[in-house]
Design a protein around this ligand. Structure first.
Ligand SMILES: C[S@@+](CC[C@H](N)C(=O)[O-])C[C@H]1O[C@@H](n2cnc3c(N)ncnc32)[C@H](O)[C@@H]1O
Length: 271
């Protein structure tokens, strides 16, 4: 398995990087191309299709491809799903190619291509980010990706992000694809109120989308929250009480959570 991963994903990128470095030193400063962090390798069409499917892209989304090459990912998203998109690439030749591709596919009104360093790209409007970069670039981007709107999907061809375990991993023609959803920030103390019931304090521990919690009432009675799950802004947990197993579902919005439970509507405020 390790052998097939190396051949299918690392090897094409790494071997091209070596030849690109040689080619750049051979052509000299006059014709120097931008110093790329990742060489240009195209994602196969079948992999693009699966990436878009895993990202759940649709007409409401705004997709940003970081290091967009010939623009195939934003162009396919626009053609097949009506998605608006942005592609950025450091190499102006790629930007030209991508703009021509968008024109040819008739989606130039839906997609924009810019010559830009992906580390300078404003990602705040994106609802889906795609990338085919290098592991260390993914890790450099990770803190910025985690600041994006909860629910933003990230889909990476070939490389994962270490201990941020992907929500989904697929393999298409020996190409690994990984998908994450940006989780809401929920770590800390929350005062939970359910009309007609005693308030309690929910203490949540969080690492990426992995969450655990305890619920404590004013008289210091404390129980674990069972099966707490966090996906984007959506949170879900169960409390085993004298009234039975009470399930809470809610949506995190900054310092507030609102939702429904087995005992009625509930709300939580960050303490
Ligand atoms: C492996 S290719 C992926 C192309 C395309 N996204 C695809 O999947 O087919 C990586 C791309 O990133 C671009 N790139 C490398 N370093 C970059 C940087 N710092 N900022 C923007 N683009 C960069 C390269 O020019 C190349 O087109």
């Amino acid at each position: 398995m390790a052998h097939s991963i190396f051949r299918s994903t690392l090897y094409p990128l790494l071997s091209t990087l070596t030849s690109a470095t040689v080619a750049m030193s051979a052509i000299g400063p006059a014709q120097a191309r931008p110093a790329l962090d990742v060489p240009y390798i195209k994602t196969p069409d079948a992999v693009v299709d699966r990436m878009l499917e895993m990202g759940g892209v649709g007409p409401e989304d705004i997709l940003t491809d970081l290091g967009s090459g010939d623009g195939r990912i934003p162009i396919a998203a626009a053609v097949k799903h009506g998605t608006r998109g942005l592609g950025v690439d450091l190499d102006p030749a790629r930007t030209e190619e991508a703009r021509a591709g968008a024109q040819q596919a008739g989606v130039e009104k839906l997609v924009t291509f810019r010559t830009e360093n992906l580390f300078d790209t404003d990602l705040s409007e994106a609802t889906v980010i795609t990338m085919y970069l290098f592991p260390e670039i993914n890790l450099r981007l990770r803190p910025e990706l985690l600041k994006l709107k909860p629910g933003t999907r990230i889909v990476s061809h070939a490389f994962h992000m270490d201990d941020w375990t992907p929500e989904r991993h697929d393999v298409v023609d020996h190409n690994d694809i990984f998908m994450w959803t940006v989780p809401a920030k929920v770590a800390g103390l929350w005062r939970v109120t359910v009309p007609g019931h005693r308030d309690f304090v929910l203490r949540i521990w969080q690492q990426f989308d992995r969450v655990q919690a305890t619920a404590t009432t004013v008289d210091e009675h404390s129980i674990p929250a069972i099966e707490m799950k966090l996906k984007g802004p959506e949170i879900h947990y169960t409390l085993n009480t004298e009234e039975g197993a009470l399930t809470y579902k809610g949506t995190v919005s900054g310092s507030e959570i609102r939702g429904t439970s087995s005992v009625g509507e509930w709300k939580a405020e960050k303490m």
